[in-house]
Design a protein around this ligand. Structure first.
Ligand code: TMP
Ligand code: ASP
Length: 261
């Protein structure tokens, strides 16, 4: 990765308008949004926090990588350009109030909710962490509440957050994003266990992919060789959530494995 000036000193006219868990959000003069990917990391709804060197650079570069691939494959996204090493210019959208989660394997909160007897697993899915979910599954969680909680499509429609037609579109496009990323990663010997995406609405009402995509903050990536031997070797934020070693090293490894042929 080339060394540029950190973008925060790049354009003094930008106004800080928000701070997410890992990104700072600026408004540019022309109305665009600029993200700064920081080295911050949080988990468990902010209860666990830290900073890791290179995390911002890796997530920014991987988000750019996937936005380009998805854009070429016909998925409309908010990506405009990368700015320096940790900045990204994107379209200013009205972010939809739900996060969309796609799961190919049993992991994370799905496994936890199953163990706590809160849910059943999808049909034909073995009750084991790491088990494949035939045909995958989609879940929605809240975005603008203190704790991200799963919501049903009925609740989303009743709250008038989205229409049935919009939900159908989110289902289709998230399935398409999964197919593209899953097959691409498999060629690199990486299993895409699950991921989260967010969407926003343009002023003309069109819904497009927002936030970041395909980063180790928002996906679970497992090494396929280890999986075949029966081990879940994480190259993502689970390294932090589960204290599984050095996060900077895991993030650099996944960056190299995804982007280098
Ligand atoms: P979960 O198993 O904790 O529900 O997470 C599923 C996937 O979505 C996992 O790859 C992490 C990602 N995710 C986020 O990036 N942000 C979130 O707020 C949540 C709930 C999940
Ligand atoms: N919603 C979770 C949190 O805030 C997401 C995660 O663990 O990545 O911690």
């Amino acid at each position: 990765m080339t060394n540029y000036l950190n973008f925060a000193v790049y354009d003094y006219s930008m106004k800080l308008i928000g701070k997410g868990k890992a990104k700072d959000i600026y408004l540019a003069d022309n109305g665009d949004i600029i993200f700064e990917f920081t080295d911050r990391i949080t988990a468990f709804d902010g209860a666990k926090k830290a900073e890791y060197a290179n995390k911002g650079k890796v997530c920014c570069a991987l988000a750019e990588y996937w936005f380009n691939i998805l854009g070429h494959e016909g998925v409309p996204t908010h990506f405009k350009e990368k700015v320096g090493e940790t900045g990204m210019r994107v379209v200013n959208l009205k972010i939809l109030p739900v996060e969309v989660i796609w799961r190919n394997y049993v992991a994370g909160s799905l496994w936890r909710r199953y163990e706590n007897k809160e849910i059943k697993l999808p049909d034909d899915t073995e009750a084991r962490e790491g088990a494949p979910i035939p045909n995958g599954m989609l879940e929605f969680t809240t975005k603008f509440e203190a704790i991200d909680r799963p919501v049903t499509t009925q609740e989303i429609i009743d709250a008038k957050w989205m229409t049935e037609k919009e939900l159908e579109y989110l289902r289709d496009v998230t399935g398409k994003i999964n197919s593209i990323m899953f097959s691409h990663l498999l060629r690199k010997n990486i299993i895409l266990a699950d991921f989260k995406v967010e969407f926003g609405k343009k002023t003309n009402g069109k819904i497009i992919l927002a936030d970041e995509v395909g980063t180790p903050d928002g996906c679970r990536f497992w090494d396929r060789n280890a999986y075949i031997k029966g081990e879940l070797h994480s190259l993502d934020k689970d390294v932090f959530r589960k204290n599984k070693g050095d996060l900077s090293a895991a993030y650099l490894e996944i960056y190299n494995r995804i982007t280098k042929d």
